[in-house]
Design a protein around this ligand. Structure first.
Ligand SMILES: [Cu+2]
Length: 315
C-alpha cells in the first residue's frame, strides 16, 4: 500500500514537473520534440526528409504490430486455433514481401541522395570562413578579408557555472548558450565553412543551418549554408563531439545580418584589427578599440582582443 502511494505521488510530481518545464531555446511545447525546420533551403529539405521517413516508419509500425497483435489475440491456442502453413515457402508471398520493402527503400533513398549531393556542393560560394574548434571555444577566420577572432562562452554563463558561484543559472539569459563574439554572417549569401580542430575532435553544429561537421585536427571538412534572404537574427548551436572537460561550455552563436550590415561590420572589424596589429598600438590586453560603442552593438562589433591571451586564460 505504501509503495503504491509513493508511486502515485511520484507520478503526480512527474506530471506537475512536465507541465512546468522551462522553455528551452526558441521552440516550445511539442515543437521541442521534433527537429527544427531551420532558416535555409537545405535545413527545410532535411526536415522534409525526416518527416517523410518518420511517417513511413509510423505506417510500417502500425501495420506490422497491428497484424501481429491481432493474430496473437484472434488465433490463440486456447481458442482452438491450428497453425496455418499455406504461407510457408509460398513463392508469391515471398515475392510480395521482398518487392514492397525494395520500393519503400528506393522511395526513401532517391530524395535522400539528392539532398546529400546538394549538401556536399560547396562550389560558387560568396564567403569563406575557416572554423577551428579548440579546448574550449571556436576561432573564426574570414579567409579573404583578413578578419580573425575567437568565440568563447559569455562571461555571465562562465561566472554562474563556477562551483559555489552563488549565481542561480536560471537567472542568466541563454545560460551556456551565449558567447562573447558570435560568428557574423550575411543572409542570402552562400557561406562556405572550412572546419578543423586545433587539439582534439570537436563538431560544429547549428541545427537551424542544417550544418553539423566534425572539426578534426589535421583535416579540413567543408560545409555550407545560405540563410534565407531577408532573415536576420541569432542562431544557437553547440559542440557535438565529446571533446573533454568543458565540452558543454563551448556554445556557438551565429549572428545573421543583412548584406549591408554585414559589410559595415566586416569593414569596421578589419580596420580595428589592422590598427590593433600595427606597431605602436596599445597592448593587447588593453581596452578594445570600440569599447565605448553602444552595448547592443558591442558583442559583434568588438574586435577580438587578442586571441592568444584569451585562449590561455580559458584553459
Ligand atoms: Cu568541443
Amino acid at each position: 500500500m505504501t509503495i503504491r502511494k509513493t508511486l502515485a505521488r511520484l507520478a503526480l510530481a512527474a506530471a506537475a514537473g512536465a507541465l512546468t518545464l522551462p522553455a528551452w531555446g526558441e521552440e516550445s511545447g511539442w515543437a521541442q520534440l521534433n527537429m527544427p525546420q531551420g532558416v535555409t533551403d537545405i535545413s527545410r529539405k532535411i526536415y522534409a526528409l525526416h518527416m517523410e521517413i518518420f511517417w513511413v516508419c509510423v505506417v510500417i509500425g502500425v501495420v506490422v504490430f497491428g497484424a501481429m497483435i491481432w493474430s496473437m489475440i484472434a488465433f490463440r491456442k486456447s481458442k482452438g486455433a491450428v497453425a496455418d502453413t499455406t504461407l510457408v515457402h509460398n513463392t508469391q508471398v515471398e515475392v510480395v514481401w521482398t518487392v514492397i520493402p525494395v520500393i519503400i527503400l528506393v522511395a526513401m533513398a532517391v530524395p535522400a541522395a539528392r539532398t546529400l549531393i546538394e549538401i556536399e556542393d560547396t562550389t560558387r560560394t560568396g564567403l569563406n570562413i575557416k572554423v577551428t574548434g579548440f579546448q574550449w571555444g571556436w576561432e573564426y577566420d574570414y579567409l579573404d578579408q583578413g578578419v580573425t577572432y575567437f568565440s568563447h562562452l559569455d562571461r555571465a554563463s562562465d561566472a554562474a557555472r563556477e562551483l559555489g558561484s552563488g549565481v542561480d543559472p536560471t537567472t542568466v539569459p541563454h545560460y551556456l548558450l551565449n558567447v562573447d563574439h558570435p560568428l557574423v554572417v550575411p543572409n542570402g549569401v552562400k557561406v562556405r565553412l572550412l572546419i578543423t580542430g586545433a587539439d582534439v575532435i570537436h563538431s560544429w553544429w547549428v541545427k537551424d543551418l542544417g550544418v553539423k561537421k566534425d572539426a578534426i585536427p589535421g583535416f579540413i571538412n567543408e560545409a555550407w549554408f545560405k540563410v534565407d534572404d531577408g532573415w536576420t537574427g541569432l542562431l544557437r548551436g553547440n559542440c557535438a563531439e565529446l571533446c573533454g572537460r568543458d565540452h558543454g561550455f563551448m556554445p556557438i552563436v551565429v549572428d545573421v545580418r543583412s548584406r549591408a550590415d554585414f559589410d559595415t561590420w566586416l569593414k569596421n572589424t578589419a580596420a580595428e584589427q589592422k590598427q590593433a596589429a600595427s606597431p605602436g598600438a596599445s597592448a593587447p590586453t588593453g581596452p578594445l578599440p570600440n569599447a565605448t560603442a553602444p552595448a547592443a552593438a558591442a558583442p559583434a562589433t568588438r574586435a577580438p582582443a587578442t586571441a592568444t591571451a584569451t585562449v590561455a586564460a580559458a584553459g
